[in-house]
Design a protein around this ligand. Sequence first.
Ligand code: GCU
Length: 673
Amino acid sequence: MKTLLLGILFVFTAFVLKAQEGHELWLRSSQKTVPVKIICSKNTPTLAIARQELQQGWQGEPNATVTLSITKNKKIKTDGFRLTQHEVEATTDRGILYGVYELLRRQQTGEGIQDEICNPSYAIRMLNHWDNLNGTVERGYAGMSIFWRKDDPFVVTEQDKTRWQEYARANASIGINGSSINNVNASPTVLTPEYLNRTKAIAAVLRPYGVKTYLSVNFSSPKVIGGLPTSDPLDPAVIKWWKDKVDEIYTLIPDFGGFLVKANSEGQPGPQDFGRTHADGANMLADALTPYGGIVMWRAFVYSSNDKDRAKQAYTEFVPLDGQFRDNVIIQVKNGPIDFQPREPFSPLFGAMKKTPVMTEFQVTQEYLGHSTHLAFLSTMWEECLQSDTYQEGPGSTVARCTDGSLYPQKYTAIAGVSNIGLDTNWCGHHFAQANWYAYGRLAWNNNLRSEQIADEWIRQTFPPASPSTTGSSLYAADWRENFLVPVKRMMLESREAVVNYMTPLGLHHIMSANGHYGPGPWWAPEKMRADWTPPYYHQAGTNGVGFDRTKKGSDAVDQYREPLAAQFNDPATCPDMFLLWFHHLPWDYKMKSGRTLWEEICAHYDKGILQVRQFQKTWDKVQPYVDSSRFVAIQRKLRTQCSDALVWKDACLLYFQQFSQMPIPYYLERPV
Ligand code: GCU
């Protein structure tokens, strides 16, 4: 009996441990840690965490002495730090914490440490959670919300606190210092006392990790929960309502970050409902927050059904308002002009608003890139955007520089990522989706980092070799590098392009199936549906060709880009292939630079996408000896689904487009492009 019970216990423990696999993210505890002595003259909750992290994670010289010092070194910006092998110097305790995480990361990845100063590219590095108060997550593919739930919504359990703490720690380890914790399609209810109290409890757990709490607010709140007859931003009673609400919030949460606002966008209320502008609305909220140092992140995700080209509207609405916003308003702009597609050119708003701070919004959750089923390392996509040259202040005016304060004077600089986190044990649904959370944080800290380095760091921390040393010269390490690190990194770096190939190659966009945005749906166009919500609006396929004409003869969206880009995009001969059908409607037999017809080129890209995923499967099968079985099998299964999905995408799209092209589908599978 006893043996049986012990047996059951053993199996249960093994099961639990297996289920936990992946929960530690890139912060896996290591057997290689050794004792360390720490000197630090101050003590705060944040510094206590820094000490604890060093004690738990030190892999340097045994019994070394590490000094943590808070100084007034002017070269170190807020949150920044100076690092040597045995010292972290910063001007704030948050800076010390970030320095400690960097020091430990360098030890684990084997990257050397010189005497160096690391300052963040953006002062505010946000995660935006699209979590609803009933616990569901909009576009969330990793389970329910970690912040809200339907049953017992106001009870804060120990389990809640542990999870928030683990979440905050992961964020701090990559430099994320702000979380907006509810959906941008915001319920006014979040501003009622019970929800504000829960927000206070969340903020208390995030605070020592340097993560500030923000809320998304609904512009109609004064009317809906305040009982006022209007929410007009110029109405004195409305202004007073917001001021009082802000006072109430700061009484509960003295370091509250501010508001994120989606207004007059996709049916959400906003100042235009009262004949006011975005600036009127944003400034009213900003004024209420000013006494406390809070900020407003006002989203520019606007489009309407009567616009001939949705891609143009944000620029058209916002550029004329440049200079009219308070200095604590930041305009939050999605990376591309449509909506988080696998590939878009950068939004022309970057660099176009010269007197208003603009921040980039990336989507970490993979709404249009295979949810948490497809492996897509998004770092390459974000790098592509950040490094895009807007030419707004001459060559070299990259999106990164247009938003980080190096080209335009800005009181605040910021960046946001729409989170992919939920209650799933591994946080993100797909083990490789954790790499996107990681990559977003690293790029928010340093917008000049390269994806190759980010992938390398992430793999070394998330899948470390089971024995001696990742970095040492032992045979094992060399073997691990060659047979695990290199091929897995290659797979990650190629993965987003593979998705582009099998979903939306050559500038095609928004041809996903309705609502879910997972599978293909280029045909989807119910009779009474708004045209701009249906794929045919975007691909414009017909017997005369395919693609959206945004040239000067078409919607003229090209004109929103600064020369030489406008001219380059306007001419199919100079437009990069990757944006061809974004800017042009071209005949099926159009001759491509490769010598193929456009039709053949489209076919070749869909085909290449499949080949790439098949290669990922082969790569993954071969690395089995280097990965725990739980993660190995989970990833193998996901890749299998990804491969069959890629085939569906190819078959569906090519069969659909073929009715217009009337051309045969070439057999490519053995002739990759
Ligand atoms: C997309 C997404 C919506 C989301 C919106 C936004 O359209 O599908 O779910 O609300 O973006 O960013 O506001």
